[in-house]
Write a protein that binds this ligand. Structure first.
Ligand code: NAD
Length: 368
């Protein structure tokens, strides 16, 4: 799987104490990688990072991505074969309260990683993570393609567009004849066990359901490309493996991979927030209330991604349907609520289930 690209390899991973980063660290460890994590302390209690007991299983560094010298030193010391940059301030609503911190972390933090990569003298494949929100949102019915204009209404979305512009500029200016290969990855809204962030719909559901309270839904009619967390992570891993030389389509120039890729769900998973909550309630009975607020800060109404390029160049496709993604997510919260010690075994089981389903679907990253 992933052409064995990660076995005994060194991986520098920023944001390993966060939701997606902790899942990625878990998967990389299972793939036999030696993981060096760089992030702030977990921001929530509980935190997936703690639930998975990751502190003892990887090289754990608490440091700030806004500090260029710290990033440089950390990357240089680990001499990575792979870099995954996930550290960010990822919340739209918080970005309205903390626009400068959001820009410092998401834009300058990304340039600090790029500068650290410039200093490497060895081959390294780097995947820098932005978001589907980096596109100028025109409330289109069809999905955004990688060459559509970047933009973003709010500080978070625009900071990720700015990060994309920086990545493209650094790649053109400094990485044409460099052993480090860089791609960026834009994924949609992610669900999965172990997300405890404030203001995200699934954690909001779980917190309300645990207290037997109605779920307050701010934006019931907003449409999002929901996907299970393992979907974009399989994409990041396969993109990195391909950048490192496991090109699934030999007729395609390797330099084509040094670009931006969308990782979104199948069309049927573009659902409203209300539709997602209704699906959650099938597995954990309760009720929800429409708490739409006409004075709330602006959030995009309609957002979908085209994954044609990713499918054509990487052979990547989503694996789990929307109902399966929701069922696995709710199962995770219910089982870990009943037995808090089950989190790690459950994460391993869900990764195995995902890999088995990808294998049945004949996806290139599983068969190689
Ligand atoms: N969760 C989603 O639905 C989603 C969707 C699209 C893109 N993304 C992107 O995926 C990445 C991970 O998102 P997540 O949901 O896991 O977020 P998260 O908030 O759970 O984790 C963020 C991570 O970044 C680290 N971090 C934040 N500020 C830092 C700083 N100044 N210095 C060092 N580390 C810092 C945190 O410590 C944490 O490890 C982000 O880049 C986010 O923009 C997330």
């Amino acid at each position: 799987m992933f052409a064995e690209a990660f076995r005994n390899k060194t991986v520098w991973l920023s944001g390993h104490t966060g939701f997606k980063g902790a899942w990625l660290a878990q998967w990389l460890l299972e793939l036999g990688a030696n993981v060096h994590g760089f992030a702030l302390e977990p921001a929530t209690k509980p935190a997936l990072f703690d639930q998975l007991g990751l502190v003892k299983r990887l090289h754990h560094q608490i440091a700030d991505i806004r500090d260029p010298a710290a990033v440089q030193k950390s990357v240089k010391k680990s001499q990575p074969d792979f870099v995954f940059h996930l550290a960010a301030q990822p919340l739209v609503r918080l970005s309205y309260e903390q626009p400068l911190e959001t820009y410092a972390t998401n834009v300058m933090g990304t340039t600090h990683v790029l500068e650290a990569l410039r200093g490497l003298k060895k081959p390294c494949a780097a995947v820098l993570v932005t978001t589907d929100k980096c596109y100028e949102n025109r409330e289109w019915l069809h999905g955004y393609r990688e060459d559509d204009p970047l933009g973003g209404y709010d500080p978070y979305s625009s900071s990720k567009a700015a990060a994309e512009i920086a990545i493209a500029a650094w790649r053109r200016s400094f990485f044409k004849k460099h052993p480090v290969k860089i791609a960026s990855a834009r994924a949609g809204n992610v669900i999965g066990g172990g997300d405890w962030a404030k203001d995200r719909i699934v954690p909001d559901c779980v917190r309300a359901l645990q207290k037997k309270q109605p779920i307050a839904v701010r934006n019931p009619n907003a449409t999002r490309p929901w996907q299970h967390v393992l979907e974009p992570l399989s994409g990041y891993l396969w993109l990195a493996a391909c950048l490192a030389g496991r090109n699934p389509a030999p007729h395609i120039a390797h330099s084509t991979l040094e670009s931006a890729f969308n990782f979104g769900p199948a069309h049927e998973a573009n659902r409203t927030v209300g539709g997602l909550v209704t699906e959650v309630l099938k597995h954990w009975p309760g009720r929800w209330e429409d708490k739409s607020d006409s004075n709330a800060v602006h959030e995009a109404g309609l957002l979908q991604l085209s994954t044609d390029k990713t499918h054509a160049l990487l052979g990547w496709s989503p694996v789990w349907s929307f109902p399966t993604a929701v069922e696995r997510t709710v199962t995770w919260y219910r089982e870990t609520a009943a037995d808090p010690h089950s989190a790690r075994a459950l994460a391993t089981r869900q990764i195995e289930q995902y890999q088995a389903d990808a294998s049945r679907a004949g996806l290139s990253w599983m068969v190689k």
